[in-house]
Ligand binder design. Structure first.
Ligand SMILES: CCCCC/C=C\C/C=C\C/C=C/C(=O)SCCNC(=O)CCNC(=O)[C@H](O)C(C)(C)COP(=O)(O)OP(=O)(O)OC[C@H]1O[C@@H](n2cnc3c(N)ncnc32)[C@H](O)[C@@H]1OP(=O)(O)O
Length: 268
């Protein structure tokens, strides 16, 4: 796997002999993202930028779930200060990953829901294991999909697929995701996925890093700028949304269902 360069409560990062770093999310059982998880993620990305990392792979310790998205505990009737910290960290994390100066690949070895899907879409390339699902399922939870989540999908698959995906809260199977270019290729196992990721990253060894960064930022920079300019408004909007009694009620029902069965559209 390579030399361990960083390990924290929920993440580990290991560097191979070519300098490629594999970040493994490990918050059992579902890699749900809370404030602590997001802060650790930001720290890893900051280290990789500082060390002029040549490329990174993002994957999960679990072959069942890549990430179940945000921890509902952070969203259900939140406290203002905690939510502000959480959402700011989430936004910073997205600007770091989507705008990283090094190429990134998501090896999606399990279901990737909502913010888990955003993580994968924020990478430059996606390899997904067969028989998993990926998508923005916020609608099914009584939530809404934030603007920059939508923009990230739009920039990947275009308007119509995004419109249907977001408004239906659709979870795409691996095959469906490949058909609409939500992912770039399929693998039989995580190991094969990692090999495909390394082959993709190998292409960049022939390019000047500054040329790559310029190309990436010319495509993604305007969207990052837009979020940075509206960060506070986005946070307030989300907070107000989450304080709506109907939304709280719906999320509480979801939380109650957690004791038995989470969603009717639960995936295999
Ligand atoms: C107007 C502007 C916009 C405003 C929007 C405002 C705010 C929203 C901001 C952002 C958008 C939201 C992003 C998100 O990420 S929301 C989270 C979405 N995640 C999910 O929907 C996950 C649903 N989970 C599942 O479908 C399944 O759990 C699974 C991942 C497929 C795994 O299935 P499995 O059968 O293995 O496990 P269980 O279902 O039995 O789950 C085990 C245990 O964990 C609980 N759980 C699952 N997911 C979450 C979660 N995200 N947060 C908290 N808890 C979760 C599940 O209920 C079980 O609990 P139990 O007590 O029964 O053990």
């Amino acid at each position: 796997m390579g030399t361990l360069v960083r390990t924290s409560k929920f993440l580990s990062a290991a560097r191979d002999i070519n300098g490629i770093v594999t970040i493994t999310m490990r918050r059992p059982p579902l890699n749900r993202m809370n404030l602590e998880f997001m802060s650790e993620f930001s720290n890893v990305l900051r280290d990789l930028e500082r060390d002029n990392c040549p490329g990174a792979i993002l994957t999960s310790y679990s072959n069942k779930v890549f990430s179940a998205g945000f921890d509902i505990g952070e969203l259900c009737n939140p406290e203002p200060e905690r939510f502000n910290d959480f959402y700011t960290e989430v936004q910073n994390n997205w600007t770091q990953l989507y705008g990283s100066t090094f190429p990134t690949v998501a090896v999606i070895n399990g279901h990737a829901m909502a913010a888990g899907c955003l993580l994968a879409l924020s990478c430059d390339y996606r390899v997904m294991i067969k028989n998993r699902t990926i998508g923005y399922n916020e609608m099914q939870m009584g939530l809404a999909t934030p603007t920059w989540f939508t923009a990230t999908m739009l920039n990947t698959v275009g308007h119509r697929h995004t419109e249907l995906g977001v408004t239906l809260g659709k979870m795409f199977t691996t095959d469906e995701a490949l058909n609409i270019n939500l992912i770039d290729c399929v693998a039989d196992s995580k190991e094969e996925g990692i090999q495909k990721a390394l082959s993709f990253l190998e292409k960049f060894t022939h390019f000047l890093p500054k040329s790559y960064t310029f190309a990436k930022h010319s495509l993604r920079g305007p969207f990052i700028k837009q979020l940075k300019e509206n960060q506070n408004e986005e946070t307030q909007l989300a907070f107000r949304f989450l304080k709506d009694p109907e939304v709280i009620k719906k999320l509480e029902i979801v939380k109650d269902k957690e004791q038995t069965q989470f969603l009717t559209s639960k995936v295999a």
